[in-house]
Design a binder for this molecule. Structure first.
Ligand code: 5GP
Length: 141
């Protein structure tokens, strides 16, 4: 499959559709997932195009992992999760629905089950409030 430049995350990177950003640098963007599987579910994407793990440039992969660590630390500091899960899906059979490489950062709490993948939309005000806490935690770490 060739990279579709009109996938949702490519549109977010071009500023054509909004996203609630929590962290950005030259190579990566992290933002709130609009259909969280657990409260404070974020996504990290490389700015360079890659549909999946197989297409991912390793330098971009390193930058994505670096950003995932930065965001996970801030989420952990702000929300005191019992654990933090990273997910990454390749291909529809594995659950991939947006065809621009991304890593999910999903806080987990003891005995709290995950919500359905791409299930219910979260209230944007709630997402913005959570994002602000992540940004503030990052700023002080
Ligand atoms: P995948 O299924 O490809 O691993 O993950 C795609 C993720 O993107 C899902 O968790 C889904 O909730 C999220 N998502 C889908 N559309 C949008 C959108 O327009 N904005 C944001 N912020 N997240 C989205």
């Amino acid at each position: 499959m060739t990279y579709d430049t009109n996938n949702i995350f490519a549109k977010i990177l071009r500023g054509e559709i909004p996203a609630i950003s929590v962290y950005e640098d030259d190579a990566t963007l992290a933002f709130m997932d609009v259909m969280p599987q657990s409260p404070v579910h974020t996504l990290v994407i490389p700015k360079s195009p890659a549909e999946n793990l197989f297409e991912l440039d390793l330098e971009a992969g390193k930058q994505v992992l670096r950003t995932a660590q930065i965001v996970a630390r801030a989420v952990q500091d702000a929300f005191k999760a019992d654990g933090i899960m990273l997910n990454q899906f390749n291909g529809p059979a594995a659950g991939q629905t947006v065809f621009h490489f991304h890593v999910h950062i999903v806080p987990r709490y003891e005995n709290v089950p995950l919500r359905r993948h791409t299930g219910d939309m979260e209230n944007p005000d709630v997402l913005e409030e959570q994002a602000e806490k992540i940004r503030a935690a990052h700023a002080k770490l």
